[in-house]
Design a protein around this ligand. Structure first.
Ligand SMILES: NC(=O)c1ccc[n+]([C@@H]2O[C@H](COP(=O)([O-])OP(=O)(O)OC[C@H]3O[C@@H](n4cnc5c(N)ncnc54)[C@H](O)[C@@H]3O)[C@@H](O)[C@H]2O)c1
Length: 385
């Protein structure tokens, strides 16, 4: 049994702590704010009781898991932990200040990790005494339910640490994918066009959010349309992720934030949590029952090809393997199918044709076809062939 410390007992930290305790580890959950510690303790107890009620674990297991968790507001208590996962506020200086306090409490062999969504793992490792044992372990929200975990070694991380962490997190019942330390890692990068292209189509007044959502769900088999999903995530959060990827990608127009979404954020129309976003949740939300037409097909194909292009480009730049890219999108954001598999089914030459058509129409960098697709079309290769 290992001793795992989780720093920051918010939405992610409390979930990650629970996952580690459910995998049999002793967990120390620390937060600088005593109120957050109490809140996390109550939330975890409630979650374990719910799992027991549903028959997912026994009452005894729920008690044993809770008994393995220690809720603390003194950082000193994490001394001697084998693995420390940081999940505090997304501010680089705060995280770095914290790491400087944590490092002296750890043995040489302990692993230090961050759950950051948007900061560079390599940048966070810089300045540590032992940067080779630092790594990104990126859980998805909520950590107890979501199977996927992205593992992101920094430039400085040793191969041994990466291998051990992959094995460790897999033993917690999660599916791990290995990602290069680049903005958005796998999921938050490849998913950008799902929102961005949908917003662009709405901004161009080609279709309404309801029509776009109907197309994506009806023709693509996605559980939620882009606008429903942005309202669910929160437009403030979704816009911030887009902006962070766009900034870190040196303002590449493929990731440019949408003025339509910025305006919603300015209005405080953040989505479900404020009662209004693209849809008004104070009234019963009307879903489109119109039959799907060629217009829907055009809309869905445009969003899908931008997603496929992004996934192909991620493979081209070695962000992750073919299998990990497809796994990440199906498990991390519940896509009905892996995008590279979808590319094969669409036909690689057809994918290139659709991208070139968009580029021809708009003459914008945003619509450039990935070199991966172009090379594969030339050599008549497929992703899984
Ligand atoms: N929310 C998500 O969907 C999500 C998904 C994946 C990764 N993440 C990442 O996980 C991290 C945490 O996100 P969250 O949504 O749980 O945030 P949160 O605001 O719910 O929780 C953060 C917690 O950290 C505590 N904290 C702040 N500064 C601290 C410090 N110096 N020392 C100790 N505790 C401190 C706060 O009291 C709070 O309880 C961020 O890096 C975020 O990018 C979030």
């Amino acid at each position: 049994m290992k001793r795992v410390a989780v720093i920051g007992a918010g939405a992610m930290g409390s979930g990650i702590g629970q996952v580690a305790a459910m995998a049999g580890h002793e967990v120390i959950l620390f937060d600088a704010f005593p109120n957050a510690v109490t809140k996390a303790r109550d939330a975890i107890l409630l979650s374990l009781n719910k799992l027991a009620e549903k028959g997912k674990i026994t009452d005894q297991e729920a008690k044993a898991v809770f008994g393995r968790m220690y809720f603390v507001d003194q950082l000193q208590s994490i001394e001697g932990s084998d693995l420390v996962i940081e999940a505090i506020v997304e501010i680089e200086e705060e995280k770095k200040k914290l790491f400087a306090l944590i490092e002296p409490l750890l043995s040489e062999t302990a692993v230090l990790a961050s759950n950051t969504s948007s900061l560079s793992i390599t940048g966070l490792a810089n300045g540590l005494k032992n940067p080779e044992r630092f790594i990104g372990i990126h859980f998805f929200n909520p950590p107890v339910m979501m199977k996927l975990v992205e593992i992101i070694p920094a430039l400085q991380t040793s191969d041994e640490v990466t291998g051990n962490v992959m094995k460790e997190i897999t033993s917690w019942g999660k599916t791990t994918v290995l990602a290069k330390d680049t903005p958005g890692f796998i999921v938050n990068r490849i998913a950008r066009p799902f929102y961005g292209e949908a917003l662009r189509i709405a901004e161009e007044q080609i279709a309404t959010p309801a029509m776009i959502d109907a197309a994506v769900k009806g023709l693509g088999g996605f559980k939620m349309g882009p606008f429903e999903l942005m309202d669910f995530i929160g437009n403030d959060i979704n816009e911030a992720v887009t902006r962070s990827v766009w900034t870190a990608m040196h303002f590449d127009s493929r990731y440019r934030p949408s003025q339509m979404q910025v305006n919603l954020v300015k209005a405080g129309w953040l989505g479900r949590k404020t009662g209004r976003g693209y849809y008004d949740y104070k009234a019963p939300v009307e879903t489109s029952s119109e039959p799907l037409t060629d217009e829907h097909k055009f809309i869905f194909n445009r969003i899908l090809i931008m997603l496929i292009n992004e996934a192909a480009d991620a493979l081209y730049y070695g962000i992750a393997s073919r299998e990990d890219i497809d796994m990440a999108m199906t498990l991390g954001v519940n896509y009905p199918k892996g995008l590279l598999q979808w590319a094969d089914e669409t036909g690689i030459q057809e994918c290139v044709r659709r991208m070139d058509m968009l580029y021809f129409q708009y003459h914008e960098e945003r619509y450039r076809c990935s070199m991966m697709l172009r090379k594969m079309a030339e050599t008549k290769k497929t992703f899984y062939g």
